[in-house]
Design a protein around this ligand. Structure first.
Ligand code: NAD
Length: 265
């Protein structure tokens, strides 16, 4: 049986008015939800992605919110451009991600490199680019979209698991260095969220195992998830919004799991 989700919308208090945010992977499922939540709270959000059509659609959806959304097309594999894009941000949400599911002995080295570049080296460069302004302002919020796979491994996801474990270390280091400057750094660790990234994985696994989408969810993905459903992107965005807000100043170096009880086993 699928447990019902809490349908509450984000509170639209504009507590981030005057704050500038940069969200990477902004055209994606979780990224767009984060952009809308931050702009809903009054932030001026730079929405960055390589998917320019997705960014156009997102800026349309953001019309009428208390904050602003500015599309910032960027391929994070251009690491110098990534670092430059983060300059001046009070809030940085490292969200962009890619996934490839292959056994280790068949994992293409160039794909491993790409995953590590987008999901670990680019966040390092973005944090590096953001910190001088945050330190000068004496305030900053860094939120890194990690995963349950930042805390534990699954077979066939070597690059993803390695990148997310690395991101956990990067996030904690930024927390320790940033604390004297009023900068917090935390990870958010979702289980499976209903986004294009996961829909693709479901389709791939259904094809690989010759089973239906529903069987993939029930028998593979949600087997250990106590709340028997995928999370929705706005549920993840609500956690990100909390970590970007004024009431989370004592929360740093943490990894906040939103996994429907997966890691409670
Ligand atoms: P998504 O595929 O919907 O969005 C990812 C976005 O990243 C896309 O818009 C894509 O264009 C962008 N991107 C990828 N490579 C890029 C590059 N080189 N340069 C710029 N942008 C690039 O994925 P999502 O599910 O929303 O995932 C967002 C984050 O959340 C990822 O870091 C992912 O690992 C993490 N996460 C997702 C889930 C889940 O179940 N969906 C679970 C745990 C963690």
């Amino acid at each position: 049986m699928t447990a019902p989700r809490n349908p509450e919308p984000h509170p639209a208090e504009p507590f981030l008015t005057g704050r500038t945010a940069l969200v990477t992977g902004a055209a994606g499922g979780i990224g767009s939800a984060c952009v809308l939540a931050l702009a809903g709270a009054g932030a001026a959000v730079r929405a960055s992605d390589r998917d320019t059509a997705g960014l156009d659609a997102l800026t349309e959806r953001a019309r009428g919110l208390p904050g602003t959304v500015l599309a910032r097309p960027l391929d994070l594999r251009d690491l110098d451009a990534a670092e430059a894009a983060a300059a001046g941000a009070d809030i940085l949400v490292n969200n962009a991600g890619v996934q490839l599911v292959r056994p280790l002995h068949e994992f293409p080295p160039d794909a491993f490199h790409t995953v590590l570049t987008v999901m670990l080296e680019a966040p390092f460069r973005l944090i590096r680019g953001a910190l001088p302004h945050m330190y000068a302002r004496g305030w900053g919020r860094i939120v890194n979209l990690s995963s349950v796979h930042g805390l534990r491994a699954s077979p066939f996801k070597a690059a993803y698991v390695a990148a997310k474990h690395g991101l956990e270390g990067l996030s904690k280091t930024a927390a320790l260095e940033g604390a004297p400057h009023g900068v917090t750094s935390n990870c958010v660790n979702p289980g499976y969220v209903r986004t294009p990234l996961v829909e693709q994985q479901v389709a791939d696994q259904a094809e690989a195992h010759g089973i239906s989408r529903e069987e993939v969810l029930e028998e593979i993905m949600l087997r250990e998830t106590a709340v028997k459903r995928l999370a929705e992107p706005d549920e993840v965005a609500a956690a990100v919004l909390y970590l970007c807000g004024p009431r989370s100043g004592f929360v740093t170096g943490s990894s906040l799991t939103l996994d429907g009880g997966w890691t409670a086993h």
